[in-house]
Design a binder for this molecule. Structure first.
Ligand SMILES: [Zn+2]
Ligand SMILES: [Zn+2]
Length: 133
């Protein structure tokens, strides 16, 4: 065991040698905070980190740490608050408005170009008939 200064309150405590260096008291209050944040995120699907941070009075860094530890789950793309395609900062969701629009446009063009592809078969049907003329 070694004595360390708590990252939360600065008091010296017996560090067990693993995990973040927080004294037992801070760990307890952190744990309570974690439960509060977890419930908040659960009840507010699609909420972003900044909102959770101000509503639950927790630092964004702490929230990100929980996310890294896999203890907190936000909707995809919310945790980093950036568009998955172009990296622009967004309020929520996975893509910014411009990328969403671009994706809809490219979908439409795929459907549009599929329609005229049948004509080759028609010439086969007409082929034999021509002989009898
Ligand atoms: Zn402490
Ligand atoms: Zn984008």
């Amino acid at each position: 065991m070694e004595v360390k200064a708590c990252r939360g309150c600065g008091r010296l405590f017996n560090y067990l040698g693993f995990g973040p260096a927080f004294c037992p008291e801070c760990k307890d209050s952190q744990e309570a905070k974690y439960q509060e944040v977890k419930e908040y995120v659960w009840e507010h699907k699609g909420v972003n980190i900044a909102t959770v941070s101000s509503e639950c009075d927790v630092s964004e860094n702490q929230i990100r740490e929980w996310i890294r530890e896999g203890r907190l789950e936000f909707a995809p793309g919310i945790a980093n608050n950036t568009c998955e395609k172009c990296g622009k900062t967004i309020l929520g969701g996975r893509f910014c408005d411009a990328c969403k629009k671009a994706m809809v446009d490219s979908l439409n063009s795929v459907y549009g170009s599929k329609a005229p592809a049948k004509e080759d078969n028609d010439t086969d049907h007409n082929g034999p008939r021509m002989r009898f003329i």
